[in-house]
Design a protein around this ligand. Sequence first.
Ligand SMILES: Nc1ncnc2c1ncn2[C@@H]1O[C@H](COP(=O)(O)OP(=O)(O)OP(=O)(O)O)[C@@H](O)[C@H]1O
Ligand SMILES: [Mg+2]
Length: 226
Amino acid sequence: MNQIRVSELTKNYQTGKVIYEVLKGIDFSIADGEFVSICGPSGSGKTTLLYVLGGLEPYTSGSVSIFEKELNTYTDSEKAKMRSQDIGYVFQFYNLIPNLTVYENILLSSVLGGNKSKDEILEVLDSVGMKDFYGYYPSQLSGGMQQRVAIARCLINDPKIIFADEPIGNLDYKNGIAIMELFKKLNQDFHKTILMVTHNEDTTVFGTRTLHMLDGKVIKDEKNNQ
Ligand SMILES: Nc1ncnc2c1ncn2[C@@H]1O[C@H](COP(=O)(O)OP(=O)(O)OP(=O)(O)O)[C@@H](O)[C@H]1O
Ligand SMILES: [Mg+2]
């Protein structure tokens, strides 16, 4: 099944009378279980593409279907359900709530997806190697640890697709590689479809496929040798 299908997608931003064409006609499909890296220079439209696919930004023309349904035809409540339960997000700067513990950060997200038990929250923390830190506050953790918690937060509602925008952009090499290994495990062992933006071509080897973007277009779409 194609979980994501994009056809002739364009996206403009307008500031006053000036129109910026940011996505300029994009076509691709992503099947269940793929791990796709999106790379390209700054300003090529990578984040905008993720926002559009996640229903966070409207698109200008063309078609985007998620789970075989055109995004434009989702009602607000269907979109909210999709964003809270079917899709997970991981960002460069973790976006954890500083005055909540690790456990409470995950509990808060689980409320959106229909509440989870303490055991389920500890289990998801265990899957990212952070169970022992459930009572810590984000400021007491390293960047790599905070990103693990952010990944656990995205996993708690068992999403089918994970969107990640430069998830290791703020980490040193060693922590970055460990997080990439974790994403690979989520793809291979937990069958998550992953769409990950990265600046660094070296990290595309963890995925199954790479889309190269330049100036609002996909200029190369290649399968990776595993
Ligand atoms: N809200 C906005 N209003 C106007 N222009 C925007 C807006 N968001 C992004 N842009 C423009 O769209 C273009 C693509 O931005 P985008 O953030 O998608 O690029 P990116 O590939 O993610 O870059 P980076 O690698 O720096 O994160 C840029 O020229 C940016 O200035
Ligand atoms: Mg970006």
